[in-house]
Design a protein around this ligand. Structure first.
Ligand SMILES: O=C(O)c1ccccc1NCC(=O)[C@H](O)[C@H](O)COP(=O)(O)O
Length: 294
């Protein structure tokens, strides 16, 4: 997958100029590119309201980040559950009409989730950084900020709002950007979760220093096609290297049944990231019990 980046204005903090578009007014070629192009404008507007300098001052007063990787390693369930607070998505539209992020988060905690993932994108997922802050106030377990990170600004904002881990998507960041973001995330005491979808992305990420947690997304973000074979194939191909490096693996997306759970567990996933199949149930706590048989 290739994401074409448009010339930045104003100049950005990271060297992300590889993916420039020949025609900046051209059409996005797929949803991930559309999201990234929208993010550029969105973050520009956010910076106008609150500068990076002021945001970094706020970050110094934030309470310390919780141990996201430790919570997965200790896993309240097997595999450990990262339950996602998700109202809508580009592939499914609105998943839950009566969306109460705090009530859903509390139900997930009562159901035995080890960590939570909170979508903060507003245009495509109807999430928000306010939701992240509300969930942070309501629960004690570690939180992943599920964003499309292209600027350090988003990392600092996530920390200020209470994130303990940050998603980095290999398809939208080149290697030097990944390295740079991993350093910032670690410097702020958080855990980077680096997401891949292909063997090529897996190999890029395995060569980068400081990666302790890899997410294998079963959803192709270009076509929305979901296949658990993605987890099976990538783990089968790189199991030895992953073990040698002591990396934990999260299987993400498309997990709906106990059989799906068993499939990715047998493939070697240490954790699962589940949104839709839990959030669409009237009682998300009971949905976890049914899925995990607990
Ligand atoms: O969910 C989507 O449609 C989507 C589209 C484009 C980019 C990302 C997208 N989802 C992000 C995720 O990775 C999922 O929210 C997460 O893995 C949970 O998936 P699911 O259990 O299938 O809701």
């Amino acid at each position: 997958m290739q994401i074409r980046r448009r010339p930045p204005n104003p100049a950005v903090e990271v060297d992300i100029l590889r993916y420039q578009v020949p025609d900046p007014n051209g059409q996005a070629q797929h949803i991930l590119e559309e999201i990234v192009w929208h993010k550029e404008k969105e973050i520009e507007r956010m910076r106008d309201r609150l500068s990076l300098l002021d945001l970094r001052k706020q970050e110094r007063n934030a309470s310390p980040a919780k141990d996201f990787l430790g919570a997965i390693a200790q896993g309240k369930t097997q595999p450990a559950l990262i339950a996602e607070v998700k109202k809508a998505s580009p592939s499914k539209g609105v998943i839950r009409e009566d969306f109460d992020p705090v009530a859903i988060a509390q139900a997930y905690v009562n159901g035995g989730a080890s960590c939570l993932s909170v979508l903060t994108d507003s245009k495509f997922f109807q999430g928000s950084f306010d939701n992240l802050a509300l969930v942070r106030q309501a629960v004690d377990i570690p939180l992943l900020c599920k964003e499309f990170i292209i600027y350090p600004y988003q990392v600092y904002l996530a920390r200020v709002k209470g994130a303990d881990a940050i998603l980095l998507i290999a398809a939208i960041l080149k290697d030097s950007d990944l390295q740079y973001f991993i350093k910032i995330i670690r410097a702020l005491g958080m855990t980077p979760l680096v997401e891949v979808h292909s063997l090529e992305e897996m190999d890029r990420v395995l060569a980068i220093e400081g990666v302790s947690l890899i997410g294998i997304n079963n959803r192709n973000l270009e076509t929305f096609e979901v296949s658990l074979k993605t987890t099976q194939q990538l783990l089968e191909a790189r199991e030895d290297k992953i073990k040698e490096l002591g990396i934990h693996v999260v299987s993400e997306s498309g997990i709906h049944t106990p059989q799906d759970l068993q499939t990715v567990k047998d493939a070697g996933a240490n954790a699962v990231l589940i949104g839709e199949s839990l959030v669409k149930q009237p009682d998300p706590q009971q949905a976890i019990s049914q899925l995990f048989g607990v």
